[in-house]
Design a protein around this ligand. Structure first.
Ligand code: HEM
Length: 125
């Protein structure tokens, strides 16, 4: 019997995750409440790291080699509202992929587990 397909496979594998991250960042950078955070960010490295991160988060084969999420966002002073906008852009991006609603909510639920690592992390690492 074959193992059930992972979320990574259901979204369409490596190429789908790469293009999903690209579309997602186009949305994030077009959002005037989020874009200022990325003004000095190394965007091609960030997209690469995010692609790895999402692949790992969706149970794909790749390992995430970037910094811990808490470390990467320390001192960025991201608000809860900005975090919610970020996740809403992801949800909208996922709407153009052939995923069930349950899968879309599962992706969002996984990202929401990082809220405390991303929001307002001005405290010591
Ligand atoms: C669940 C939510 C989020 C996740 C999982 C996430 C994940 C990541 C990852 C994996 C990196 C790369 C780390 C590295 O370079 O080693 C990163 C960097 C970054 N993220 Fe996020 N992020 C999230 C939310 C946000 C939000 C809401 C913002 C801003 C509005 C943001 C702004 C940034 C910036 C500016 C960087 C680049 C930091 C630098 O290299 O100087 N992130 N994020």
């Amino acid at each position: 019997m074959q193992a059930a397909a992972s979320l990574y496979e259901r979204i369409g594998g490596a190429e789908a995750v790469r293009s999903m991250v690209e579309q997602f960042y186009q949305r994030v950078l077009a959002d005037e409440q989020l874009a200022p955070h990325f003004r000095h960010a190394p965007m091609s490295k960030l997209q690469h790291m995010q692609t790895e991160f999402f692949s790992a988060a969706l149970d794909g084969p790749s390992l995430y080699s970037g910094r811990p999420v808490r470390h990467a966002h320390a001192s960025l002073n991201i608000s809860t509202q900005q975090f919610q906008r970020f996740v809403a852009h992801l949800f909208e991006t996922l709407e153009s992929y052939a995923l069930s609603d349950a899968d879309r909510y599962e992706v969002i639920a996984r990202l929401n587990t990082y809220t405390d690592d991303v929001v307002g992390t001005t405290d010591p690492l």
